[in-house]
Design a protein. Structure first.
Length: 188
């Protein structure tokens, strides 16, 4: 992995802007809880999700194909700002709401075929600061932790999904919610 494959911008948005956007997104988005089959049982995913984007940007997560909801004005404006700032194209955003520190996301890579071989994923954090861990697929002892504060932008590119896994671990003492928006390009 080169330095460029994981880029962290702690203050991409101001604290005030982040607080305002958190409030709007918490109210406006179509949050729902999903469940997935694990070892033959239906298990609830420990967070709420919502998926927005262009009509043709179907995406498979939690083992199910998801049809995007049409962009809200706020999501569209963040998408356009990212596209201009980073000279990239985005057609969807997967939104996660961690209601408190009991909500989490386990180890995974975002390596679904429809993302292509070297996806660029732009991950905006709003609300409670949470840990983000990543470890080498070939050697789990090579492990790093960063803190995703409100207003921060984490950019994963290149070989990051191929070589590393990431997680947002449980932090039981955290009572505040966090919203994470992962902007992606899904090949239609
Ligand atoms: O909440 C985060 O910061 C990570 C989200 C994530 O890994 C994902 O949506 O694939
Ligand atoms: Fe991920």
């Amino acid at each position: 992995m080169t330095e460029q494959d994981l880029q962290f911008i702690p203050h991409w948005q101001t604290a005030e802007q982040s607080e305002h956007r958190f409030q709007l997104l918490e109210q406006q988005l179509q949050w729902h809880q999903e469940s997935l089959m694990m070892y033959g049982k239906q298990v609830q995913v420990p967070r709420l999700v919502a998926y927005y984007g262009d009509e043709n940007a179907r995406y498979r997560y939690s083992g199910v194909w998801h049809q995007p909801t049409n962009w809200t004005p706020l999501l569209l404006s963040i998408k356009q700002m990212l596209e201009q700032s980073f000279d990239t194209r985005i057609n969807s955003v997967l939104c996660n709401l961690y209601r408190n520190g009991h909500d989490a996301m386990g180890w995974h890579s975002d390596n679904e075929a429809e993302l292509g071989s070297e996806p660029s994923i732009f991950s905006l954090s709003l609300g409670a600061t949470r840990f983000f861990d990543y470890r080498r697929k070939s050697d789990h002892s090579i492990k790093h932790r960063i803190q995703l504060n409100s207003g921060s932008l984490l950019i994963m590119r290149g070989q990051f999904q191929a070589l590393w896994q990431h997680q947002v671990p449980r932090q039981k003492r955290i009572t505040d919610p966090r919203i994470n928006l992962t902007f992606r390009y899904v090949y239609p």
